[in-house]
Ligand binder design. Sequence first.
Ligand code: LIP
Length: 269
Amino acid sequence: MTSEPAPSELLALAVSAAREAAALVARGRDGAGEHVGTKSSPVDVVTAVDAASEELLVGRLLTARPDDGVLGEEGAAREGTSGVRWIVDPIDGTVNFLYDVPAYGVSVAAEVHGVVRAGAVLNVATGELFTAAAGEGAWLSAPGRPPRQLRPGRPPSLEQTLVATGFGYRVEQRRAQGLVVAELLPRVRDIRRFGSAALDLCAVAANRVDAYFELDLNPWDFAAGALVAAEAGAVVTGLREAPVGEPMVVAVAPSVAGAFQDLVSELHP
Ligand code: LIP
């Protein structure tokens, strides 16, 4: 029985692979619109850069750790034998990438026997790197600035809570999600829709928003960002205390966690 790798060792590999993939994504930005396909709907886009980034990530991770498993947004799926599985989003925020909106990231998480133990989210446009290793806190490294440990905010009430959210790609799903936001907006400070679940979760960790919720995400959207938020000290759950991602991801500053979870539950009967 091989011993479990240290979270810090997995994080170092995640960061190294994410940096290489981010450099590839950055090089592909100006030609992003040249090879665009769609997936679940006409607005669920995938570019050739998404696929190339995932291919690079899988290659780097499995070259370094050939017995690991992997799951990626663009189709990478491999069972491993080591107990470690990499969960990767080659570009989270693909629509932002396509429009050159500076909020798209490479997300790499390492799961050990089903529990995420290390995560890295790198905003390609800004160079901001959000990292977390289990039990070691969450950190932000930004170009030209010293690394800082992340902590969520402490909003005093729901009315002072800035909330990020996101929407699916299917019309009926979006109609229902729009109705939820219409009910939620008068009861919180304001809404932000950045377009990347991974960066939304890191925003909670970095006190850039106070809460985030989103339905029907895929594991690659939130695996790394959820660890960053949790290691920063945010409350990270699913809907009504279900496991994260079932069927929703909720991340919220502890000072309003109960009230916000009650509000989200009320709006999703
Ligand atoms: C995106 C998520 C975002 C969600 C978008 C989309 P993608 O992932 O990060 O939170 O609202 O609909 O799913 O497709 O850009 O990798």
